[in-house]
Design a binder for this molecule. Structure first.
Ligand code: ZN
Length: 46
């Protein structure tokens, strides 16, 4: 298992992605991707 450097969750190595130099889980990858695009379809969680 690998650890997400963003939120600290443990994920299988296959589910680890790289975003802005960090190894992150899919969740954080999606978040960081959507953070850089201002237009969100349904407002997001925040
Ligand atoms: Zn994460």
């Amino acid at each position: 298992m690998e650890k997400c450097e963003e939120c600290g969750v443990e994920v299988p190595k296959d589910d680890l992605y790289e975003a802005q130099g960090l190894k992150v889980c899919e969740d954080c990858k999606v978040k960081s991707a959507s953070a850089s695009s201002p237009s969100k379809p349904c407002g997001g969680e925040k």
